[in-house]
Design a protein around this ligand. Structure first.
Ligand SMILES: Nc1ncnc2c1ncn2[C@@H]1O[C@H](COP(=O)(O)OP(=O)(O)OP(=O)(O)O)[C@@H](O)[C@H]1O
Length: 412
């Protein structure tokens, strides 16, 4: 410890060693990140004056949340194959917490085996961010998720063995052909060499990619790239497949083919989580779906459940007849008739002699509606050629939620 000695240097080294080890531990265990993220979250909640304490969405969302929260560790491992537990993401620039943006807010949900689950939401609702967190491409800010029984915060590698992912934007290797791409991912997935040719041929065939099998991915059209991405996600028939807008840009034939493949996949006990802007796709494939707005689940349930719960109106389409000169007849009398018989009905649009009405469900029952419309049709003065009535469509429910959120001024 004297001036000429090495004692002081050794002590300094020891102290440095201890200090750096502590720092390493803090980084490796993610404690520093957790502290940083919690501060970010606090800041976001203070900024948005959020006092919901996790009670977000309608009663079905709350019911689903309580179901997941009541799950035992055993159920989390061997029950539902996808479990989101208060999954949250805040995007922020480092050291700029004031610019923090809450992209996904406390999503809580369980998806059982053999279900096709749909994420519906306006642009920027947080669907892609949710997928990215599930696949480990983005770090979660708080909460966690279980995929095939593995907690993705500390068992992400194990969860990857059971998950296929087709990203929204193609992540293909431009210089590999379709066949080579599928071969490569089949190897990565751990399929034994002797089974790979059959698996690759099967995927090329089911995704209608056979004519392009030996073309480089970089030279494919947008739709074919999408098909290849979906084929990559389905290699080895993983237990869970995450599909971010899988049929975006596909022609109608390829789209129908993809739907058929997804349906067979689901029927074989696999689970699919897909995001889509196509209501038809959700109606055709999904057992259950959620509508997401501003990073939160607003409602959840089967298609029929959502229609019965949120469908406030009947959609009435009336086709006017034409006169001798080929012009559509005047609809004034008919409009008058409808106003008298269905109080509260609203004329939404008139196009090419077609009147599109919204009739409140509370105003009339189905039988009254039909008998009044038959009466109107039989009266020649109304010039009504044909009509059709249906329940509110999923699209209308979606538009109502999106409109509500923009009226409230919430994100996006
Ligand atoms: N890397 C990022 N940095 C900062 N903000 C981001 C980042 N990625 C996404 N966001 C924001 O997070 C929100 C959710 O984005 P996300 O891409 O998850 O939406 P989405 O529902 O998938 O939209 P779309 O239907 O357009 O694909 C958006 O407001 C977006 O601007």
């Amino acid at each position: 410890m004297e001036e000429e000695g090495v004692g002081q240097i050794l002590v300094a080294y020891l102290m440095q060693g201890a200090a750096y080890s502590c720092l390493l531990l803090l980084f490796d265990t993610g404690i520093l990140m957790k502290i940083y993220y919690n501060l970010l979250l606090l800041q976001v909640r203070l900024d948005t004056k959020d006092d919901t304490k996790g009670e977000i969405g309608d009663d079905d969302v709350a019911l689903e949340r309580s179901r997941v929260l009541a799950m035992s560790p055993y159920q989390k491992r061997f029950g539902d194959v996808v479990i989101l537990d208060h999954l949250t993401k805040v995007y922020a620039k480092f050291m700029k917490p004031s610019k923090a943006h809450l992209a996904v807010d406390r999503l809580t949900l369980g998806i059982p085996r053999g279900e096709c689950f749909g994420l519906l939401g306006v642009n920027g609702a947080g669907k892609t961010t949710t997928f990215k967190m599930l696949t480990g491409l983005e770090m979660m800010t708080s909460g966690t998720a279980y995929l095939a029984g593995h907690d993705i915060t500390n068992e992400i590698a194990q969860s990857h063995q059971h998950v296929g992912y087709s990203a929204q934007f193609d992540t293909l290797h431009d210089y590999l052909t379709c066949r080579e791409t599928l071969w490569m991912y089949a190897y990565i997935r751990g399929i034994t060499s002797e089974y790979i040719p059959d698996e690759v041929d099967r995927l090329l065939q089911t995704m209608l990619l056979e004519p392009f099998a030996d073309k480089r991915a970089g030279t494919l059209s947008g739709g074919n790239k999408r098909k290849l991405s979906v084929a990559v996600a389905m290699i080895g028939e993983p237990l869970v497949t995450l599909l971010d807008e899988p049929t975006c840009g596909l022609d109608p034939v390829a789209q129908r083919q993809a739907w058929q493949v997804f349906s067979q996949f689901r029927e074989s006990g696999r689970t699919i989580v897909l995001s889509s802007h196509s209501m038809d796709e959700c109606e055709a494939l999904c057992n259950r779906l959620v509508i997401m707005v501003g990073g939160r689940f607003q409602c959840i349930g089967s298609l029929q459940h959502l229609k019965s719960k949120f469908g406030k109106d009947y959609m009435l389409m009336i086709q006017m007849s034409r006169n001798e000169t080929g012009e559509f007849e005047d609809s004034k009398l008919l409009q008058q008739f409808l106003k008298e018989h269905f109080p509260g009905c609203v004329l939404m649009s008139t196009q090419h002699g077609q009147l599109h009405y919204s009739v409140p469900e509370t105003a009339v029952s189905w039988p009254t509606l039909f008998s009044a419309l038959e009466e109107a049709k039989n009266d020649c003065a109304n010039h009504m050629e044909d009509y059709s009535i249906c329940q509110t469509t999923l699209e209308q429910i979606f538009i109502d939620f999106a409109r509500d959120s923009s009226n409230r001024g919430s994100e996006p």
